[in-house]
Design a protein around this ligand. Structure first.
Ligand code: ZN
Length: 147
């Protein structure tokens, strides 16, 4: 009874958010006013969310410091796709199901972001080198996705 999963966003690690942003907005035909930019101190990144069709986003991530995991990613692998995210109605449940089939989570469980989304990650070493995020958007959390 598998319903098909929806893509939430693809995240790209960049060295300079501003210079990357102008390229991506021009490419996608997006006005600067449509781009949401915010810092996520807990993850050490500043991000820009660029809307595509159907609510899907391209997320550009710039490290806030050398200590940021994204800074280490850039050092090791250079700019490029950092992770992708699937929409989730219940990240804790998705994480539990992933663990049941032998996949490894990053951290203990879902965490709330500074903007109120609930997110959980699967470790790339158990998933073909891909960092995968389950994301429940803040506007979909009112109907009881527990924290
Ligand atoms: Zn993400």
């Amino acid at each position: 009874m598998g319903h098909r999963r929806r893509l939430d966003h693809i995240a790209i690690a960049v060295r300079n958010l501003e210079s990357s942003l102008s390229r991506w907005t021009a490419l996608l035909g997006i006005e600067p006013s449509e781009v949401e930019i915010h810092s996520i101190e807990s993850e050490g990144v500043r991000v820009a969310m660029l809307p595509l069709a159907d609510g899907v986003m391209v997320e550009l991530m710039e490290p806030l410091s050398d200590q940021s995991p994204v800074a280490r990613f850039l050092e090791r692998r250079g700019e490029g796709i950092h992770h992708f995210a699937l929409r989730s109605k219940d990240p804790a449940k998705d994480l539990a199901r992933a663990r049941e089939i032998g996949l490894e989570a990053v951290g203990d469980g879902p965490v709330e972001t500074t903007v109120g989304d609930l997110v959980a990650f699967l470790h790339p070493r158990s998933l073909n080198g891909v960092l995968l995020e389950f994301k429940q958007r803040r506007e979909e959390r009112s109907h009881g996705g527990g924290t």
